[in-house]
Design a protein around this ligand. Structure first.
Ligand code: GLN
Length: 536
């Protein structure tokens, strides 16, 4: 079978839910027996989002092979339950860097290098690479940004060319748009969608399917109007009202016949009947009334919750496994330093300190860890959250008052968190951290080992600093347990406190491997302890 391509573009506004829609569609196709791969094409010029501020871009999602990618890849992995690799995400920055390197090498033999064909060729080469590497029967490609953006034009042009090269019968363009509502009349408007489709058509692409998003019910009349004005078949306009539960999206799309529509349009035959049962069960569970546990998430990018997308999802997965509802209170760590926000922390059933970079707000996180230790509040630390747990312990339990990470204080007398030798000479910030999957051996009998219930795990990393081994003995003698270590014993991967219901932290990011149906053990452990606390 020739590889089939589904291209997802976005219209009218950004954040229209294109990533979730693409991911949910991927699930529908996987459920019909197809080997599905997903690729995100990001038109911005950064080489990857690794060096971008979470305020600008939200979370950086890390893959097994250490690729630092767009947060939409998290949606793909969570919905489709696949493991993606470096080829699954590329940016304008990568496309130009590669093309310019070739030009410098003389590969183009004196030719003039142009957007068409050189840049579009490089875009198509990368799509082909992903198709080949994944062996996908169906490739889902999501183009970042909104149709009409200057940056995305070369990408759309490349897709237009690709359609002719692989055959029109093997391609579908799915345009996801937004239907705004005029407040005064409550009327849903289709004009922005019409304009956005007109923009697409002006570059030679007529969408085959339009997924029209809105917060309201969208009636058939509106769909027919969109079909007429946008030159799309009536049954190919999908009215997609905002779901109250994220994981309901695949069920809604399935109910609207999107799976069959795609099968028909691509002349595909499902090799098995989709079983959406587990998802139905999951959504029913989510919607049930359950006791609530309150988690204080103490971070520094809390104004933009997308910065902690996978952490939030992992908490939701673990809550379901515990039969509770999780309510997250977003606490700004810098506030805690100014004696603000403590009422929220004090009311919480658990404290979670996620990853982060740079010194702003670190002292507040250390205070949050101290509060959790002293008041025996369940605590989960992720990456920086492990480092601050160790700093707090060093300062207060070991009386090493000036203990710090050399990331925040280069001349600290007690660099409890320090750079490994091989990180010291690095000057480039992009892509040079300890990234991706590394093995971790669990120490039998510990809370971590009990939570995982297996002796060895592989987890995704994204950090530069490590626990400084010269302090290990002192920590152990005073009640800290190193419950996860690298197989050679050199790197501390998980720490936990002895006399505490659940104070566990990892140097890696467990949130990236949590799935709706496979909640992550460390998160499940946290919410189990939080549930106990809430009961009391
Ligand atoms: N800034 C810390 C380091 O680089 C922690 C990174 C993180 O939390 N992802 O080691």
């Amino acid at each position: 079978m020739a590889t089939k391509y589904l291209f997802f573009t976005g219209g009218v506004v950004s954040s229209v839910g294109k990533g979730v829609t693409a991911a949910a569609t991927g699930l529908l196709l996987k459920e019909r027996g197809f080997n599905v791969a997903v690729q995100k094409l990001d038109p911005y010029i950064n080489v990857d989002p690794g060096t971008m501020s979470p305020y600008q871009h939200g979370e950086v999602y890390v893959l097994d092979d250490g690729a630092e990618t767009d947060l939409d890849l998290g949606h793909y992995e969570r919905f489709i339950d696949i493991r993606l690799s470096r080829v699954s995400n590329f940016t304008t920055g990568q496309v130009y860097a590669e093309t310019i390197a070739k030009e410098r090498r003389g590969d183009f033999l004196g030719g003039t290098i142009q957007v068409i064909p050189h840049i579009t060729n490089e875009i198509k080469r990368r799509i082909g690479l992903a198709a080949k590497e994944t062996g996908a029967e169906i490739m889902i490609l999501e183009v970042g940004g909104t149709v009409g953006d200057i940056e995305s034009q070369p990408f759309l042009e490349a897709l237009r060319q690709l359609r002719n090269e692989v055959g029109r019968e093997n391609c579908l363009f799915v345009h996801v748009t937004w239907l705004p509502v005029i407040g005064a009349t409550g009327e849903i408007k289709t004009k922005p969608t019409q304009h956005s489709v007109a923009a697409l058509r002006s570059i030679g692409i007529s969408p085959n399917i339009i997924i029209a998003r809105a917060d309201q019910d969208i009636d058939q009349g509106l769909c027919d109007k969109i079909a007429l004005f946008c030159d799309v078949e009536k049954d190919a306009v999908i009215p997609m009202k905002t779901a109250s539960v994220l994981y309901e999206v695949p069920l809604l799309l399935d109910g609207l016949g999107v799976g069959e529509l795609i099968m028909n349009k691509l002349s595909l035959k499902a090799t098995r009947k989709p079983d959406m049962h587990p998802w139905e069960k999951l959504v029913t569970e989510v919607k049930k009334d359950k006791p609530t546990v309150n988690v204080a998430l103490v971070g520094k990018y809390v104004e933009l919750q997308d910065a902690y997308m996978s952490v939030r999802e992992a908490l939701k997965h673990a809550a379901l496994a515990n039969g509770v509802e999780v309510s997250i209170s977003w606490v700004h760590s810098a506030d805690l330093e100014k004696d603000k926000g403590w009422d929220v922390v004090k009311e919480a059933d658990a404290v979670l300190v996620p990853g982060g970079f740079g010194s702003r707000g670190v002292e507040g996180k250390i205070l949050a860890a101290r509060y959790a230790r002293e008041h025996k509040v369940p605590y989960l630390g992720l990456c920086l959250g492990m480092q601050v747990m160790c700093l707090e312990f060093a300062r207060d339990v070991l009386d090493l008052e000036d203990a710090n990470s050399s990331e925040f204080d280069r001349s600290t007398p007690h660099p409890v968190i320090d750079l490994m030798i091989d990180q010291r000479s690095i000057t480039d910030m992009g892509g040079t951290m300890r990234l991706g999957l590394y093995p971790c051996q669990l120490q039998p009998g510990t809370k971590a080992a009990n939570a995982y219930n297996v002796p060895n795990v592989d987890e995704r990393h994204r950090h530069r600093w490590e626990f400084n081994n010269s302090y290990r003995q002192q920590f152990e003698e005073n009640g800290m347990i190193f419950s996860g270590l690298s197989p050679d014993g050199r790197l501390v991967e998980i720490v936990e406190l002895k006399d505490h219901p659940y104070m566990v932290a990892s140097q890696f990011h467990p949130e990236f491997l949590s799935r709706p149906m496979k909640p992550h053990p460390l998160f499940v452990g946290l919410l189990k302890a939080a549930k106990e606390k809430a009961k009391k």
